[in-house]
Design a protein around this ligand. Structure first.
Ligand code: CP
Length: 290
């Protein structure tokens, strides 16, 4: 049994193995776990992570329970620990959790005897998103080391950015970061976005997380797109081989011009496809004894 809480705990060799297994599953390899049930506990909204985990579970013969927090005893004040312990008690074999609290898993690890797969913890980590992002980049370029990546936008609230910056730098990728002042995380150094579009292999956009901002930014949609998003003018500057990525959901017209979402350089829907196979690899790791 292996939890997946954050990629920081994984060696590079383990991450490469997960990408290799995801590729195997994408090419048609199958693995079936009979008589197993997973519970997907999503306390924050999700379309991609929750449903691609469900798809991965179904492809692997695992039955799924999907908790509706609004109709659960969470509403009566039951804790996350007691909720997860309940699923363990009723015989569930693994849990996928997305929660608002950063590092929520620290209250569970060591006390829960079924694997926990982190589907996102507040502004902390999003390990399966990074795996599918790395898979998408490796499919495109045949390698990761040495590639130049621009990550721009709402760095402060983005678990995707934080997880990717850490693992990409550990993998020897050159990561440039750009953000408007209120959305910077002081942990990083920043560049001027305009300096980077013509130089990088990957432009990774981030959703403006309006719901996490105390006050909406003092910037119009048009200003944000021109300065911190991907406009048509910036698209024209990108290298011929460069690609666009976005974890989605996207705010069309804010971080990306709506016409660029399905442009030739966009790999946004390919990322979603890869999400199923990355999560199959994570499930295999969680359940295999080795
Ligand atoms: N990328 C991502 O985590 O999307 P969802 O919030 O829809 O799961």
């Amino acid at each position: 049994m292996k939890h997946l809480t954050t990629l920081k705990e994984l060696e590079i060799s383990e991450i490469m193995h997960l990408l290799d297994r995801a590729e195997d599953f994408k090419k048609g390899e199958t693995k079936t776990y009979a008589n197993m049930v997973f519970a997907n506990l999503f306390f924050e909204p999700s379309t991609r992570t929750q449903n691609s985990f469900i798809m991965a579970e179904k492809k692997m013969g695992i039955q799924d329970i999907n908790l509706n927090p609004e109709a659960s005893s969470i509403k009566k004040g039951e804790t996350l620990y007691d909720t997860v312990k309940t699923f363990e008690a009723i015989g569930v074999n693994g849990v996928v959790i997305r929660a608002t609290e950063e590092k929520y898993y620290e209250q569970l690890v060591g006390k829960i005897n079924i694997p926990i797969m982190n589907g996102g913890d507040g502004a902390g980590d999003h390990p399966t998103q990074s795996l599918l992002d790395l898979l998408t980049i490796r499919q495109e370029f045949g390698k990761l080391e040495g590639l130049k990546v621009l990550i721009l936008g709402d760095i402060r609230f983005s678990r995707v950015a934080k997880t990717n910056i850490e693992i990409m730098r550990r993998l020897g990728m050159d990561v440039f970061i750009c953000a408007p002042e209120p959305l910077k995380d002081p942990a990083y150094d920043y560049i001027d976005c305009d300096d980077a579009f013509g130089k990088v292999d990957v432009v990774m956009l981030l959703r403006v997380q309006h719901e996490r901002h105390e006050h909406r930014m003092n910037m119009t949609q048009e200003e944000y797109l021109a300065n911190y998003g991907l406009s048509k003018a910036r698209y024209a500057e990108m290298k011929d081989h460069a690609i666009i990525m976005h974890p989605a959901p996207f705010n069309r017209g804010w971080e990306i011009d709506t016409d660029l979402v399905e442009s030739p350089k966009s790999r946004i829907f390919k990322q979603m496809d890869n999400g199923v196979y990355a999560r199959m690899a994570v499930i295999e790791r969680a359940l295999d004894r080795a």
